[in-house]
Design a protein around this ligand. Structure first.
Ligand code: TYD
Ligand code: MG
Length: 450
């Protein structure tokens, strides 16, 4: 038997200390260190592992398992890598369990086995969901187990291809005295799972809850321990759901996946641009369409701006869907270069559909929406804007212009405003009416005349 060890762990960042501290040295928060005791097992490591030459590892062993949902495969970098641990975070009710049950079914239909470990819901509840999804495969083994120490045995018994842990906050290790979901339990269980995954070459999906601020509950170390972190997001009032990779040891984190919650589970959205375009009404003041590049595909998105008289005090700037600093920068360039008195106005900006745009090529669309609201001039409904705004008021070129133009054309728009001399110089051809602008002044002339 090991001996009982007492230590203090920070509830917010996971910092460990041998004595109690009022202020956590890791994250500087006050009163977050809590005491916990755990039993340390005597370490017994006596098998030495041989080092092997790189090329002796067969490339046939490296394959990816499809989840059956191409949008999820895309975010994972092409499918599930055996031996990897994927953390799926999201608000309660967003559809995490639904998504994973569908993945389990796809793998089970292929003749492989899946363990679905649920500490969150009863087996009856999962069965109810599976009835709704029309899933009846006997290769899916449900487990209402919370003790992580027993997982190894289940894996030996069932030999699954994939293990789903729903959720990491509900499992525990009896060696640690704190309650499930506490920082030390989360860390211990995730470490244990990572170990099991690597040594058995099994893939794991861990469901993780997010806090009110939208980050995964638990210490940041959790994200460092797993291979892939994917967030499942969406607004409760809409049926669209967004898969976003924030960490991926096996692929890019730029990709987003789009899904829709239907009466029979989640379905892929094959034409993503439709999701982000104006719901129904013709364009009104303050809306503009822009073409963003997300991961490996173009996405047409509507941005909305509201410029309103400011009350006393500082004017408000609120951005949802783009970085607040980018909005401040675009406003500053508009003020400086156009003489618009935006410092006396509140500016609100919103990107539809809940995506967060990092592509600077949407600058021109944002500027267009702000100008449209400020000058109370409706922009042509068949026009799309793209271009990066420099601090000097120049409109800079955008990468993948040809792919973006194709998407604009496909979505039925007729006109496109792009950075000057990029289009003709590169010899692109398109059926769109192409309007080129070099500076923000030229751009404003174009908008106000047109
Ligand atoms: P769920 O997967 O339980 O979410 P999470 O595990 O993230 O908490 O999904 C819950 C919501 O999804 C619930 O409000 C019902 C809805 N839903 C559908 O609209 N269609 C379906 O086919 C299913 C299974 C659920
Ligand atoms: Mg759930």
């Amino acid at each position: 038997m090991g001996k009982n060890i007492s230590r203090f762990v920070c509830n917010s960042c996971g910092q460990v200390s041998t004595k109690w501290l009022g202020k956590c040295p890791g994250c500087s928060s006050w009163n977050t260190m809590v005491e916990e005791s755990y039993q340390k097992k005597p370490v017994s490591r006596n098998t030495k592992i041989e080092a092997i030459p790189l090329s002796s590892i067969s490339d046939q062993d490296i394959f990816r398992l499809s989840t059956g949902i191409s949008e999820l495969d895309r975010v994972l970098g092409g499918g599930i890598v055996p031996g990897s641990v994927v953390l799926l975070g999201g608000d309660p009710g967003i559809g995490k369990s639904t998504l994973l049950l569908q993945v389990a079914n796809f793998i089970a239909v292929d003749g492989k086995t899946v363990i679905y470990l649920s500490g969150e819901e009863s087996l009856k509840q999962i069965r109810l969901r599976s009835l709704r999804l029309n899933i009846h495969n006997d290769n899916i083994y449900l487990l209402n187990e919370q003790d992580i120490d027993l997982l190894d045995e289940y894996i030996k018994e069932i030999n699954p291809e994939l293990v789903i842990v729903d959720s990491i906050q509900t499992v525990y290790s009896p060696e640690i005295s704190s309650i499930p979901g506490s920082v030390s339990q989360l860390r211990e269980c995730t470490a244990r799972i990572t170990n099991i995954a690597k040594s058995n070459d099994k893939a794991f999906f861990l469901v993780g809850h997010v806090t009110k601020d939208g980050v995964l509950a638990g210490p940041r170390v959790l994200e460092h321990m797993v291979d892939v972190v994917v967030y499942f997001e969406g607004e409760k009032n809409y049926s669209f759901r967004l898969l976003r990779g924030v960490k991926n040891r096996f692929g890019s984190t730029d990709e987003i996946g789009l899904m829709e919650m239907s009466g029979q589970g989640l379905v892929e959205v094959l034409d993503p641009s439709y999701v982000f375009l104006s719901s129904s009404l013709p364009n009104s003041n303050g809306t503009a369409i822009t073409a963003s590049f997300e991961g490996s595909r173009p996405l047409l998105i509507e941005v909305q701006a509201l410029v309103a008289m400011s009350g006393p005090g500082y004017p408000r700037r609120m951005a949802s869907g783009i970085d607040q600093n980018r909005l401040a920068l675009i406003i500053a360039v508009l003020e400086k270069k156009t003489g618009y008195n935006l410092s006396a106005s509140d500016v609100y900006l919103k990107v539809t559909g809940g995506v967060f745009l990092k592509d600077p090529s949407v600058d021109l669309g944002i500027a267009a929406a702000i100008i449209s609201s400020y000058r109370e001039k409706t922009l042509p409904a068949d026009m799309v804007f793209m271009g990066e705004l420099s601090l000097t008021g120049q409109i800079r070129s955008v990468p993948f212009l040809d792919i973006r133009l194709k998407e604009v054309e496909k979505m039925g728009y007729k006109k496109v405003v792009i950075p000057g001399s990029t289009y003709r110089n590169r010899g692109y051809s398109t059926g769109l009416e192409v309007l080129e602008v070099n500076t923000i002044e030229e751009f404003i002339d174009l908008i106000m005349e047109g």
